[in-house]
Design a protein around this ligand. Sequence first.
Ligand SMILES: [Zn+2]
Length: 277
Amino acid sequence: MPELAEVELSRRIWEPALGERIRALKLHPQCRIFRGVDLPAMTEALVGSALHSTAARGKQMLFGFRPARRRAAEAWLGIHLGMAGSLLLEAGRDYAPAKHDHCVLQLERRALVFRDVRHFGRVRFHTGPTPPDWWTSLPPEVTAPEFTLAWVSEFLERRRRAPIKGVLLMQERFPGIGNWMADEILWRASLHPATPAGSLPAAARERLWAETRFVAAESIRQIDEHWDYPDSWLFPHRWKPGGHCPRCALELARATIGGRTTAWCERCQPRRRSRGR
Ligand SMILES: [Zn+2]
């Protein structure tokens, strides 16, 4: 599933087209990524408008379009990549959509393409002078100043009985954190993924908070520069059959925790026996 870093990179794929005008839309109207969208209204608003802004927050993206006609409202296109969606910028004055290119915005010399093989993605459309409510009411990003230790601690307390792995996946407080990122954070913070969220002492909560911010910021930088993650991270090892902990070389443990396949190191992330540390 695309996580925060992949979503940010997807946004950057469309960004070079800022200022370019849409000549036509090529849509698969039956595709469920458009559920609830008024496609004729969307077509009318977008054709002739120019890409004006791009933004990514957690797993959501928002693209703003300036209307062609004065007095017409600004248009906003929200995109969630779902499980397997991707954004492309394809050359051509008349781009021929591939089978799973469900939403194509044809520009003068190239096309903005949303491809989604599994149809779990979502397109949202809104017109108005300001971004839609669903966007402005998103929780603070984990890299934002508002994402404080107190903000995290309060949530851990509220979900005190849930395994910490599952809590890290809750988008209302940890937007953009997905399965692999959660494993990376817990490994770095030396926390067993099944630890009840409310049982973490202050020092552990602080490690969790700091590593969440580190992994979010650094994963964007790593994937941007190398399209990959260093061998010193847990990430490249957790995919290998019989992958080993890059810190202590023990074979990684695997189980379903918080509803998702989880990998961790039994030595570096021991199960806690008491509250003290
Ligand atoms: Zn280890």
